[in-house]
Design a protein around this ligand. Structure first.
Ligand SMILES: Cc1cc2nc3c(=O)[nH]c(=O)nc-3n(C[C@H](O)[C@H](O)[C@H](O)COP(=O)(O)OP(=O)(O)OC[C@H]3O[C@@H](n4cnc5c(N)ncnc54)[C@H](O)[C@@H]3O)c2cc1C
Length: 635
């Protein structure tokens, strides 16, 4: 570590983050030591949520899967076994439904169950994080006497026109009118600002920021890059020529071939571009697939219609694949805190005292009262900071009528009983929680390796440097964070987006810890291990260094201009989705997520993993299916 350089980057600046231990309020951080779990008398003495200053959305530092959430879960993974009587203190609580996982799927499961079973149904939702919402988390910053909102994970309601009747119906019942975003999202604000590519010296030989991606003619744009003239020429060619590179095949044969070849191999072996050109494209797929172009089928790139502002995937212009690509809706259905607003609306609908207000407008600025989430007199309760360790039928067989759920909370093992249970947690963890499941089902669940990715948010003093350069986003294919963008310009209710360049702003920075050369699932496993080894200080140093190198020549000073940093580390991020490069061509009933999500007695399985689709509507649809399986048994 170079302390002189660190000082110049502002590593020693006192930002709010330093009030917290790696983003975990001190009372919760004590979980790190992981002593053995013990039972103890109930009522629960460990209740950090009741503290008046308990407010996770405003925590900075390492968030997402923050420290303390995985300590005991990893011990379970590493071979320790627990059973419901293994020292667990019975709280004496009984519920109609216990839900494991307080993400959108778990919250939606509680909502649907209540709708079907009636408002008197008693429901407990358990989650291992210090905040509810799963990936749909809220980030708050306070800079220059104002609050800046952003999203910790789940970004937007993507293509609501394609939502199922169930998912659309839920949004409507929660008061979400998606057409309101056409006005709330300022579609003009960035219209004069473009995209730059940052070529970093480690990958491209020198640091250079080149604006004009997608808006400048390719030859002119690439001539300003530090890449060789041979590479530039190939890139211009593959972007501009309309050639059918597989003209001897029928459209169907072409699609079959492109499903089995990566986009990287398509470019080099079929379009014959120079191998060095791959560096330019390498991170194009990171955002959507959480792996680079080496592990994404070319066909999937073709099917991705978004043109990213004029720089869509190259090479398909003349391919005549005869596949209808649905016109995408604009990507504007975005609450200022992303889909955290959906999670918050779900919580409000079941525990009104926790989030004041009545509309999609006032939910944006409403301050959640975490002390109200787990009240004994409430029909629906949400218990945070509680990692479920064991879920078992209370009797000896699957026909048994009740379920015991044991969870770690404040280093203690407690257990509650539910008539029924929905597991809306990571499907890959279920075999550890429910060892009684059939072997074939456990094997199928274990196949689903979630994708690791990081959404870093950086509060900056103002965004004049972006205005000066004329950009609102940067592709940085070789850098630590491969994409950087100004936040989505949405004003809703009393929340006003910082639309003047002199105002403070939140920057989004994306990192996916990919390991090119491995299969997608192996990349996810290796990437997750890397994330768990990377301290917040390493993220901070990289953020400061990268922003300084990209924007410093135009006047940005990381030591002066950075007000706060929140690293949303999603070690367990996107649900695993079928990848035609690596996965067998399963029939419907052979798909691991279909086998994995089968009901087991009074236990049903939800989460977006159960659909193998990393979208909020999938999480909602799976919640509905799981609840219906429980409530309609035998009907
Ligand atoms: C960074 C990121 C961005 C995304 N962006 C979008 C987007 O823009 N639009 C979109 O539609 N989708 C997006 N998604 C997909 C997102 O996964 C879904 O939208 C949805 O939020 C998933 O909800 P879920 O409830 O199924 O899972 P999760 O949100 O993962 O919730 C499951 C919860 O269960 C908890 N849990 C797991 N094990 C246990 C245990 N043993 N005990 C207690 N709790 C446990 C987890 O910690 C988690 O809180 C994004 C995902 C990520 C990671």
């Amino acid at each position: 570590m170079n302390t002189h350089k660190d000082r110049a980057l502002g590593m020693r600046r006192d930002i709010t983050r330093r009030d917290f231990l790696n983003g975990v309020a001190v009372g919760v951080g004590g979980l790190l030591a992981a002593p053995p779990l013990l039972g103890r008398a109930f009522p629960d003495e460990f209740a950090p949520e009741k503290a008046t200053d308990y407010y996770p959305p405003a925590l900075q530092g390492m968030r997402g899967n923050h420290d303390g959430t995985f300590t005991y879960a990893h011990r379970l993974r590493d071979g320790e076994s627990w059973d419901s009587d293994g020292g667990a203190t019975k709280t004496g609580e009984t519920y109609d439904l216990v839900v494991v996982g307080g993400g959108i799927s778990g919250l939606a499961a509680a909502y649907f169950y209540r709708k079907q079973a009636g408002e008197n149904a008693r429901i407990l939702i358990l989650d291992n994080h210090d905040d509810f919402g799963g990936h749909a988390k809220r980030n708050e910053f306070h800079a220059a006497n104002r609050m800046l909102l952003s999203y910790g994970g789940t970004q937007s309601i993507d293509s609501p026109g394609r939502y199922s009747k169930v998912a659309r119906g839920l949004l409507t019942e929660l008061g979400v009118e998606t057409e309101r975003f056409y006005k709330a999202y300022d579609q003009k604000l960035y219209s004069t600002l473009g995209t730059a590519v940052f070529y970093d010296r480690e990958t491209f030989g020198e640091d250079r920021l080149v604006p004009g991606l997608g808006s400048t003619p390719w030859a002119e744009f690439l001539a300003k890059s530090p890449m060789s003239s041979a590479v530039q020429k190939d890139l211009v060619r593959v972007y501009t020529e309309k050639v059918d590179y597989l003209s001897d095949l029928s459209p169907q044969q072409k699609r079959a071939k492109l499903a089995k070849i990566s986009y990287a191999d398509f470019l080099t072996t079929i379009c014959k571009v120079h191998p060095d050109a791959l560096k330019f494209f390498q991170s194009y797929t990171n955002d959507l697939f959480a792996v680079g172009i080496d592990a994404v089928p070319a066909l999937a790139c073709y099917q991705e219609t978004d043109d990213y502002g004029g720089y869509a995937y190259a090479g398909f212009q003349g391919m005549n694949l005869e596949e209808e690509r649905e016109r995408e809706e604009p990507y504007i259905f975005h609450f200022p805190d992303g889909n955290a607003s959906i999670a918050r609306l779900l919580v409000r609908s079941m525990i009104p005292a926790a989030i004041p207000g009545r509309s999609m407008d006032d939910v944006v600025t409403a301050r959640a009262n975490y002390a109200k989430l787990d009240q004994a007199d409430s029909k629906v309760r949400i218990r945070l900071n509680s990692t479920v360790m064991h879920v078992a039928q209370a009797g000896v067989n699957a026909a048994s009528k009740e379920v015991d759920v044991s969870y770690e909370r404040g280093k203690q093992l407690q257990s509650v009983r539910g008539k029924q249970c929905v597991l809306a947690c990571y499907n890959g963890m279920i075999p550890y929680l429910c060892p009684e499941l059939p072997e074939k089902q456990k094997e199928a669940l274990s196949y689903l390796v979630k994708a690791p990715l990081v959404y870093t948010h950086v509060a900056i003093r103002n965004w004049t440097v972006f205005q000066k350069i004329g950009i609102h986003q940067i592709e940085a294919p070789g850098s630590f964070h491969t994409y950087v963008a100004l936040d989505f310009p949405v004003s809703l209710g009393e929340y006003q987006f910082p639309s003047k360049p002199e105002e403070p702003m939140v920057l989004f920075m994306l990192r996916t810890p990919c390991k090119p050369g491995l299969s997608q699932r192996e990349q996810h496993r290796a990437g997750r291990a890397e994330l768990m080894r990377t301290a917040f200080s390493a993220f901070e140093r990289n953020v400061r260094d990268q922003l300084g190198r990209m924007l410093g020549p135009s006047g940005f000073d990381p030591a002066r201009d950075i007000e706060g940093i929140t690293v949303n580390r999603w070690a367990h991020g996107y649900a695993y989705g079928y990848n035609s490069l690596f996965d067998p061509d399963w029939s419907e009933e052979e798909k691991p997520w279909v086998i994995g999500r089968k009901r087991f007695g009074q236990i049903a399985i939800a989460n977006s993993d159960a659909a193998a689709i990393a979208y909020s509507d999938a999480a909602i649809d799976q919640a509905y299916r799981a609840v219906s399986e429980l409530t309609q048994q035998g009907s």
